[in-house]
Design a binder for this molecule. Structure first.
Ligand code: A3P
Length: 298
């Protein structure tokens, strides 16, 4: 599809080696070179399917790095300045000359990431979230994010998500492929739901995985500044300062509900049945089970 002046619209998805990139945000040639990046042991890649807790993990990593000191990480307009998406135009180049520790996030599937990771160089944190809540979160994000196509309706978006016709492509392929390589790399696999259930335990787990040596007070400060309500008050953590041309702040917030089970307010009974069918077909051999409702904890 082209605009009347011949340009491709920014939100257009560009199929590339079994994955969809976003026109104007990603350069396929550049993305193809990510696999050749040299990785050192202090490098950390947070891998997520979109809407699974990426910005939450950005905040936690930054706070862990700063020993829980919020002021130390507040001098920039968004956490993405310090923990950028490796696949966005220009960021691969910047990675090569960045000082350690190089903390990065990515939505890319396994085949694009640095091969050095499979030689146990660097660390990977994969954050997974139950896909029904991912779908709902992604639906709202498509309305806010101007680099993504505005959905015609929830029903239409539901179908697109199940077909993998969104940035991130198939949720099922993303998680299964990454998980199947878990033992090849230094990977921590963590879920959004376990972070919701016990943030302190999750932060401690991440801290141990990264080899950090924080005292109790520092860890408590990391937890305090990464709760949903507190992060929402921190503009650089909740992306409130991102320019309007990228995010329409009047339409909605990046940090929307921050809970488990909001899909129940959106899926029809028929949609839920259909989703379950696809989920069971795709995930029947997957060894991790998901939490679908906040009430499952109580
Ligand atoms: P909702 O839209 O369901 O609220 P990502 O960063 O991968 O795009 O994911 C965004 C989702 O993570 C949003 O979900 C957002 O609210 C949620 N999120 C971000 N920070 C969070 C936090 N501290 N606690 C709980 N959820 C958080």
């Amino acid at each position: 599809m082209e605009l009347q002046d011949g340009r491709t619209p920014n939100h257009q998805l560009v199929p590339h080696r079994g994955f969809s990139l976003i026109c104007g945000i990603h350069d396929p040639d550049d993305v193809d070179q990510i696999c050749n990046l040299d990785v050192t042991d202090s490098d950390v890649f947070v891998v997520t399917y979109p809407k699974s807790g990426t910005i939450w993990m950005q905040q936690i990593l930054l706070l862990l790095e700063a020993g829980g000191d919020l002021n130390a990480i507040s001098q920039h307009s968004s956490n993405a300045d310090l923990v950028p998406w490796i696949e966005i135009n220009g960021n691969r180049q910047a990675f090569m000359s960045a000082p350690p520790p190089r903390l990065r996030v990515t939505h890319l599937p396994y085949q694009f990431l640095p091969r050095a990771l499979t030689h146990k160089k660097g660390k990977v944190i994969y954050v997974a979230r139950n896909p029904k809540d991912v779908l709902v979160s992604y639906f709202y994000f498509h309305k806010v994010a101007n680099m993504l196509e505005t959905p015609q309706s929830f029903d239409d978006f539901f179908e697109k998500f199940l077909r993998g016709e969104v940035f991130g492509s198939s949720w099922f392929d993303h998680i299964k492929t990454w998980f199947s390589h878990k033992e090849d790399m230094n990977m921590l696999f963590i879920t959004y739901e376990e972070m919701i259930q016990d943030l302190q335990a999750a932060v401690e787990k991440i801290s141990v995985f990264l080899g950090k040596d924080l005292c109790e007070e520092q860890l408590a400060s990391v937890v305090e500044h990464s709760t949903f309500s507190n992060m929402r008050k921190i503009p650089q953590a909740s992306y409130q300062k991102v320019p309007e041309e990228l995010l329409s702040h009047r339409v909605g917030m990046f940090m929307r509900r921050g809970t488990i089970g909001d899909w129940k307010n959106h899926f029809t009974v028929a949609q839920n049945q259909r989703f379950d069918q696809v989920f069971h077909r795709e995930m029947k051999d997957f060894p991790i089970s998901f939490i679908w409702d906040i009430k499952d904890f109580q």
